[in-house]
Write a protein of this length. Structure first.
Lengths: 347, 502
């Protein structure tokens, strides 16, 4: 309910270590999978320019403030912006050989893929990748936290039993839908569907749903629309629903999940190293610490990708979710997706 | 041999600068594959319909309000003026989202009162919200014209037996066409290039396509679409240039007396407008604030918003002066002024990206305050040119000749005769630029120096993440600063009445 100020954010990041951080370490995870705690990292010094693609309403600020507090000799120059705008700017900088950023931290895998492809990023050190689940070890960018595709549904109009196990079964139901075709996360979802089910099946799916769907500008709008009963079921990243319910627990909306298909795609935020300095690597190392990962899970409802860190409240345990096996780096190819969305007339 | 006016030369330089980003757009868009004629046609029609409705709505609300606040004796006139023009301080995505959140079944109003207002969406809803956040443009430009009118014409008409209605319809309105048209042009260009409101309220326009392409990393297609949009902008510019401005040699204050019932009707009308534009978003913010609690707020954001806006306002007025002058002097000047207006029709995100390339070419400009200000000038130049041109058109050549024949040199004539006549236009134009820069988002996001966060970037950040409660304080701060600027403008406007030149 209450948002933490900088000070309290820093205080709680510390206390979590004692509360829930140690528990999985002691019981569930083997010792070598224990997340690194921030205290074990060497102190950083120098000036680092960070391009931050979105910041979850200031929540990332708390993380940056905590990192600065721990490293008094570190000076962070932060450029915040929409992930696509910063990615386009970085592509321009790379084209003109004048890259200003040391690290690009973005909430959106496709912008990371684009920047990694069009600039010459430093490789991700193996010991950093090793802290992540094996499915998220990429060469050119480092996943940091996850977000899963969900089907938020109106609990007053739909019961959980009515939800099919896969998104491909949705056209057969008589539900109404809310979606945001212009929104990046939705386009990634359709890209995943294209890869998993094929172009034709995806086109047919979109066509079948188009007449029963209400378009929204963004996915927070989708979740609000579903909660108001404008649609029975929506397509949105998981955290919008959790945040809406955080503001007002009475909202009649709940999260539905599918299994092993695009409907439960686990997409990632992450970082590109645009400078191979120890400072840039050391900074990114901080983002994988137990404290930062727990903070992301608790405050931003994001899914920690470092092994041995507890997932967000309100979401089933991460181990029980069944996201499809898909290479996130393949998701940056949006052109065929847009062409498809246009062909069926939803964009 | 005919002498080329210096104003025309200066205006050519400005037009060249405005065309620089357009050249970058051609470069970026070169080779893009766009093949969707049917879609383009639909988008064009949608965009035109929205623009037409918004302009009509803004004129219908704006012109009467300009009359009321200029000619009628209202109690607390300055406060009314500030309140009625303060909607210019509200970013379109905030206004749009407030309406989206407040109305319809399950909206905040329905939750509070149990009575659901019809949802504000689609073409009518988008046009309504656009109207509510653009009509003050018309109020300000029309006021600038109204304040220049010669009261003797009105008195003459009255002596000849004309009633108030007839005086307004046959004497005043024809003489302020230019001012209304200047405002209508701004409203039209704003509507053509705004992305957020139609996107939030679910109406498909050109800008939405541009934004979708931009977000899917189709920068080439976004650039090409922006060039297509510029064709529409060109049409609007050509239309507006057909509206002429009457020349007025002197001005004396005009007062229209309202009967008691008309007075209260006017107050009800103004209150209704203030309720719809300011009270409704304030109510929505208050609800969110109560729900989410107060979060920290850094006052440096307010300063970071204010001083670039001030710099941009002053710089834009200075750059606009020769453009406005040239426009009144020759056909070439008129054409150059039209070219200089193109920038307002390029969506901010596209203009910003084009300027990133310009900035990277001259490395020291990239991510500097200077480039940000240049971006604001290029985009908001027409806001200052419009009111200035209306004033410049009223400069009677005979008065200038008289000054020259009395021995005043060229510079002295400009200083003592021309410039004082332009003061109301400069204030109106400067204020418009200030307000637009205050609420502007995409250019600021793309061009500002790293680490400089403003009220609007903060608003974007919390809005984007769905933390609406946190938007309340920066939004209120934005509105408060803008309202103060408006109050200052209106009080200096009154002082300028005492300046020489009448």
């Amino acid at each position: 309910m209450n948002r933490r100020s900088l000070l309290r954010g820093v205080a709680t990041t510390g206390s979590v270590l004692a509360l829930n951080g140690l528990a999985p370490m002691a019981f569930a995870a083997p010792v070598e999978h224990a997340p690194v705690t921030i205290e074990r990292l060497p102190k950083l010094s120098g000036t680092l320019t960070l391009y931050l693609g979105r910041g979850e309403g200031g929540l990332y600020e708390n993380i940056l403030a905590a990192i600065e507090r721990r490293n008094p000799d570190l000076k962070l120059k932060v450029r915040r912006g929409p992930s696509t705008a910063l990615a386009n700017a970085l592509v321009a900088e790379a084209r003109m050989s004048r890259v200003r950023a040391d690290v690009f931290w973005s909430i959106d895998a496709s912008s990371l893929g684009l920047v990694a492809e069009q600039s010459s990023p430093a490789p991700i050190p193996a010991d950093l990748s090793a802290q992540l689940s094996p499915a998220y070890r990429y060469k050119r960018w480092l996943p940091i936290s996850g977000r899963i595709r969900t089907l938020p549904f109106n609990t007053g109009r739909v019961s959980r039993a009515q939800l099919p196990a896969t998104v491909m079964q949705l056209p057969e139901s008589d539900l109404t839908f809310g979606w945001a075709p212009a929104y990046g996360a939705f386009q990634s979802f359709i890209t995943a569907m294209r890869i998993l089910e094929g172009e034709d099946a995806t086109g047919a799916w979109l066509e079948a749903l188009a007449s029963k769907s209400k378009p929204y500008a963004g996915e927070f709008g989708v979740v609000m629309g579903v909660s108001r009963g404008e649609a029975d079921l929506g397509f949105a990243n998981h955290y919008y629903t959790l945040r809406l319910k955080q503001g007002n627990a009475q909202v009649p909306v709940d999260l539905g999940f599918t299994e092993n298909d695009a409907g439960s795609l686990l997409n990632a935020s992450g970082a590109v190293l645009l400078n191979d300095s120890d400072l840039a690597t050391g900074f990114v190392r901080h983002l994988l610490t137990e404290q930062v990962q727990s903070f992301l899970a608790r405050e931003a409802f994001e899914i920690p990708l470092v092994r041995g860190v507890q997932g967000p409240q309100g979401l089933p345990p991460v181990a029980t979710l069944k996201p499809p096996a898909i290479d996130l780096e393949a998701l940056s190819d949006l052109k065929p997706t847009l062409a498809l969305l246009r062909r069926v007339g939803v964009l | 041999m005919r002498r080329v006016e210096p104003a025309v030369i200066a205006s050519s330089v400005v037009a060249l600068f405005v065309l620089a980003p357009v050249v970058v757009l051609f470069w970026l868009g070169y080779g893009a594959d766009v093949d969707w004629r049917a879609e383009s046609l639909r988008l064009t029609l949608n965009t035109l319909a929205l623009t037409l409705l918004t302009v009509a709505g803004a004129v219908l609300i704006g012109v009467p309000l300009a009359f009321l606040t200029t000619y009628c004796e209202l109690r607390k006139q300055g406060v009314w003026l500030a309140l009625l023009t303060a909607p210019l301080a509200i970013p379109s995505y905030i206004g749009g989202f407030a309406y989206f959140a407040a109305t319809g079944a399950g909206g905040e109003i329905a939750l509070l009162t149990g009575v659901a207002l019809p949802a504000v969406d689609g073409l009518p809803g988008t046009a309504l919200v656009m109207t509510l956040y653009t009509f003050p443009f018309i109020v300000l430009t029309t006021r600038a014209s109204l304040r220049q009118l010669d009261s003797r014409m009105v008195e003459a008409a009255r002596c000849l037996g004309a009633g108030s209605k007839e005086v307004i319809a046959r004497v005043i309105l024809p003489r302020i066409r230019g001012g209304i048209a200047a405002g209508a042009l701004i409203v039209a260009l704003y509507t053509l290039s705004d992305f957020a409101t139609p996107a939030i309220l679910g109406f498909d326009t050109f800008t939405r396509s541009i934004f979708v392409e931009y977000n899917a990393f189709g920068l080439d297609r976004a650039a090409l679409l922006s060039l297509q949009l510029l064709v529409l902008v060109g049409i609007v510019l050509a239309l507006e240039s057909r509206v002429g401005t009457e020349r007025e040699s002197t001005r004396c204050n005009i007062t229209l007396r309202l009967t008691t019932s008309a007075y209260w009707l006017a107050v009800v009308f103004m209150s209704l407008v203030v309720t719809l534009t300011l009270a409704l978003p304030a109510f929505v913010f208050a609800v969110w604030l109560a729900r989410d609690g107060i979060a920290g707020f850094d006052p440096v954001l307010a300063w970071n918003s204010t001083y670039p806006a001030l710099l941009a306002a002053v710089a834009t007025v200075i750059v606009a002066l020769p453009v406005a002058f040239a426009a009144t002097q020759s056909r070439a000047g008129r054409l150059l002024e039209r070219l200089a207006t193109l920038g307002y029709g390029i969506p901010g995100i596209v203009m910003g990206t084009a300027l990133i390339y310009v900035g990277l070419t001259f490395d020291y400009l990239y991510q500097s305050l200077a480039l940000l200000i240049v971006g604001h000038i290029l985009r908001f130049l027409p806001l200052a040119v419009g009111p200035l041109r209306t004033c410049a058109a009223r400069l009677d050549k005979n008065v200038l000749f008289a000054a020259r024949s009395l021995g005043a040199r060229r510079l002295e004539t400009i200083k003592r005769v021309s410039l004082p006549m332009l003061v109301p236009g400069a204030f109106a134009g400067g204020a418009l630029v200030f307000l637009e820069v205050m609420r502007e988002l995409p250019l600021t996001l793309l061009l500002r120096p790293t680490g400089m966060d403003t009220l609007t970037t903060e608003l974007w950040q919390v809005y984007e993440a769905g933390y609406f409660g946190r938007a309340a304080l920066p939004a209120l701060c934005l509105i408060a600063i803008s309202a103060c600027a408006l109050l200052m403008m209106f009080s200096s406007e009154n002082r300028s009445d005492q300046l020489p030149g009448r």
